[in-house]
Design a protein. Structure first.
Length: 432
């Protein structure tokens, strides 16, 4: 297809030399606009048509009805992508009413056409066709982008019902688009994420655009959950009012990697417990909740006794195993809601929310009992002991985790000094 700023290529299908001369006489004054090719309606027509690529075809249809119909279809078969205009005299003007004439883009009557009308009709037909062709190609490109995109595009009405789903729904989530159409999109959102997603959807409808990317979990056809990231805008539909167009992508791999990296930054690889950073973050959150609910809590600080002696006597590998054993003992001694961490080389901390002062000592005794069980095992090479400090957290008295750890550390150090005074050197020696 030629561009609008170069000549229009006209194909004239005409047997009469006289008619041909009449048409060309109308065009000769506009050689700056048109180039033309003339072919006859004869047995060689198909061969000629195959070799041409016109912008518009003008076909003489002054023929019996059946022959006119055959000629239209033959030209239409080979001249694809160009407007087709019928050229008739007054006697054949009735052909315009025939069903097969629907394949034509327009009709011109010879004895009612002057140069200005012919020029106008031909140029208008080409421009209209080019506009339609540009739109068609644009729509085709858009369709191909949608069909081959890894992103999911959905159209959702104000109630949350799915109106349209792109083919990538099946590739990414396992649903054929028709499986979701007419269903509420919110039914597939993870229950804990649903309220947030509904709120953001309503904001999109109100503001007509969602500038913030929303991340949530979505149930796939297998029943498992995937993380989606979505952003949307709205369009107005005459029947539905404002509807949301949502672009979503699967970000599960990214989220899992972020979670793994976060876990690595918050966890101690030797014991599997939280590290100091993880303890500070989670304990701060727990204490904020405790203050709102007026719950008391306690913080337990534990330090391994004579770890240096064990490292020197048995090697650092044994020392690492000792720390791992303590981590296991702490996990078994406390509840899942309690925050348990290794906060330093030989230092451990536990925050127990909901523990009253009397209960705090029960928690310490439970830990000491676990240590006695471990030391009573036949394969124990040495006695394992911890020096422990306990501070109580009053929800009415503001304090930071670092303040609490410092106070508990002081309490622990006092106990360690008492142990060192009363303990004989043999207590930390290998069990014979």
């Amino acid at each position: 297809m030629t561009a609008l700023n170069i000549k229009i290529q006209l194909l004239l299908v005409e047997n009469s030399s006289k008619e041909t001369e009449a048409i060309l006489s109308l065009l000769k004054g506009r050689k700056d606009v048109f180039d033309w090719q003339v072919v006859k309606n004869d047995p060689e027509l198909s061969r000629h048509l195959k070799a041409l690529n016109p912008d518009i075809a003008l076909v003489d249809l002054c023929l019996p009805e059946e022959k006119a119909e055959h000629l239209i279809r033959e030209v239409k078969e080979y001249v694809t992508g160009a407007p087709l205009i019928g050229w008739v005299d007054s006697r054949h003007e009735g052909l315009a009413e025939k069903p097969f004439a629907a394949e034509l883009d327009d009709f011109l009557v010879k004895d009612k056409t002057n140069p200005e009308l012919l020029m106008h009709m031909l140029r208008y037909a080409v421009r209209l066709h080019r506009s339609e062709e540009t739109l068609r190609r644009s729509e085709e490109r858009f369709r191909m982008m949608i069909e081959h995109s890894s992103d999911i595009i959905t159209m959702i009405d104000a109630s949350g019902m799915v109106m349209y789903g792109s083919p990538s729904l099946e590739r990414v989530l396992g649903y054929k688009p028709e499986e979701l159409i007419g269903k509420s999109i919110f039914d597939y959102v993870y229950p804990e994420d649903r309220l947030f997603v509904v709120e953001m959807f309503q904001k999109t409808l109100q503001n007509q655009v969602l500038n913030q990317r929303v991340e949530f979990r979505f149930r796939v056809s297998s029943g498992s959950w995937r993380y989606l990231e979505a952003i949307g805008s709205t369009v107005f539909d005459d029947k539905k009012g404002f509807i949301a167009i949502v672009n979503s992508r699967d970000v599960t791999d990214r989220v899992q990697l972020e979670q793994e990296l976060l876990s690595m930054s918050l966890n101690d690889p030797l014991t599997g417990l939280l590290n100091r950073r993880g303890f500070t973050i989670l304990s701060t959150q727990q204490i904020k909740v405790a203050r709102r609910t007026k719950e008391k809590a306690c913080l337990i600080f534990a330090d391994v006794d004579r770890l240096k002696f064990i490292n020197d006597a048995f090697g650092h590998t044994e020392g690492d195993q000792l720390l791992a054993d303590i981590g296991k003992i702490l996990k078994e001694s406390y509840r899942d809601p309690d925050v348990v961490a290794r906060i330093g080389g030989d230092e451990f901390a536990i925050l127990a929310v909901g523990a009253l002062e009397a209960n705090a000592m029960t928690l310490v005794h439970r830990l000491e009992e676990r240590l006695r069980q471990r030391n009573g095992a036949k394969d124990s090479k040495y006695l394992l002991s911890l020096s422990i400090g306990v501070v109580h957290v009053d929800p009415n008295i503001p304090s930071t985790i670092e303040d609490l750890l410092a106070r508990a550390d002081t309490m622990m150090y006092q106990q360690k000094k008492l142990k060192n005074k009363s303990r004989s050197s043999s207590e930390a020696s290998p069990v014979s």
